[in-house]
Design a protein around this ligand. Sequence first.
Ligand code: ADP
Ligand code: MG
Length: 599
Amino acid sequence: MQLEKEDQARFKRLGVNSYLDLALLIPYDYENLLLDGTLHVGVAQLVDVTVNSVVRTPSSIKINLYSHNFSHSLEAVFFKPKPYMQRQFLVGERYYLYGVINCSGGHCTISQPKKVTNIAGVTPKYKTPLRNDTMSRLMQKHLTHENLASEGLNEKIIKKILEVHFPKETIAIKPKTSFLPQYLETFKYLELYNNMRQLSQKRRYFPCKEKLTNTYEEWSKSLPFTLTNEQLAAIKDIQSDFAKERATKRLVVGDVGSGKTMVILASVMMARPHRAVLMAPTTLLANQLYEEALKYLPSVKTALVTNKTAKIDLQAYDFIIGTHALLYRELPDVTLVMIDEQHRFGTAQRNMLDKLVSSSDTRAHFLQFSATPIPRTQAMIQTAHIDVSLITSTPFIKDITTKVIHKEDFSSLLEHIKDEIKQDHQVLLVYPLVEESEAFLYQSISEARAFWEKRFDNVYVTHGKDKEKEKVLLDFRDKGDILIATTVVEVGISLPKLSSVIIVGAERLGLSTLHQLRGRVSRTGLKGYCHLFTYQEKSERLDQFCKTKSGFDIAELDLKFRKSGDLLKGINQSGSEYKWVDLSEDIEIVQEVKRDLGI
Ligand code: ADP
Ligand code: MG
């Protein structure tokens, strides 16, 4: 974009970096300065008038007019007129006025009209830090067919954009809501095109250190189970990435329990004979992954690196698993970098590991794994800057009964808990707070624990700030019946005997959080239960949650409920970065944009 200095400053004030950004600053209304033979009641329009008579007082001016365009008399009223106005509007003179006309009983008035000297057709009105005439000139100059085409937009879209900014006739825009549907699609497209193009421009391609071409099939036959189709699909995505000259950058997203560890292990196999490193967010999780690697990759020399492990020479190992302690160790040459539960690391930490093992001109292949399902539309948008594989199913269908419970269900809940413990199963109770709080409806952990400790043995308690929480979780896994915790406790480890989770004050939590909590039970095929305890009598959101199993469907449900919440709060407080795009609906437009951008 080549701009003169002045325009550069204007673009900066508008926050505009491209012609696409400029096109997205759509008018909120139009001034229709076309003479029209029809009177449109309640709508601003231009009239061609001659003054018949004037009544002036200091607080108002009332003018009796004859309107030439619809041969009708008209009264113009100005309240609190400026002094110079007292000298305007002379009897017998002809003017153009612009304003909203209202009629009652054949008597029509135009209140506070604007005097117009230039009849300029339909003028868009913009709400920006710039004056409207400056804005109009800026648009005339820069929003040209040529400039829009230089951004790669197709003819159809360009035509519609120009119609909105330089209309031949007024376009009906309802203030603040939306365009006519024919333009809504255009601006959804444009918004996505702009966003996804920026994302794809941010993506950097680096040559890889090594192409990785070992196979995984032999290894997968050695497993005690067959990989699911979606596990296989993710592994094949990675296989084709590995065979390329450029370094892989892929995110694998799958619900808790969808079997992402097998994708990690398959990647280690495909990287043979080169070295792989895997970073996990907690010592517990690193330990667990290490044990799984020993079990399923017996031929691979695997090392564990945490704050608690002795410093060993990592050169002797093919697969290094660790916590962020890895970032402070001398690492040998590594060709594949993986991060498990990537959402629990900051971007800086994730990139640091990648950089540690990369030279200036080549990069290791980089895989990240996330257990936070995102709406499919969003996943597709993300493919503009990182490749994405989704695992939307789990190896075995978890049999979890989810239901909403109330105060009156408490005694049957107690029976249920006793019953589960009798079968050597474990129960997780999630409370909203650690300490009691006056303003809060629900009990906190400190208020509730005595109740449970009195009635049950082997009750364990922990929470997010608890320094001992990893130890408590391990003890609970081996010896516990009941675990009392807050939502902030991320139970990264498997609790194979956990069959029930009871969430107190469930209506306060997002559906994704509820789903994460529910995902902790029944991880090894036990019959599971998820009870949502609430004082709220009826909740459509919780009822829908009970019926929905897949994390990806839940993410979409969350979107829908947030959207309906937004309608109450008003547009643009949604926290969504999109003004027009609806992530719960517009997947087809995302596909179209993806195709058009060639990504
Ligand atoms: P995630 O990391 O996605 O939360 P895991 O990789 O820990 O899930 O897998 C959950 C459980 O499912 C583990 O006990 C794992 O051994 C088992 N598992 C993984 N893949 C399969 C499969 N294809 N068939 C049966 N069980 C599987
Ligand atoms: Mg995992």
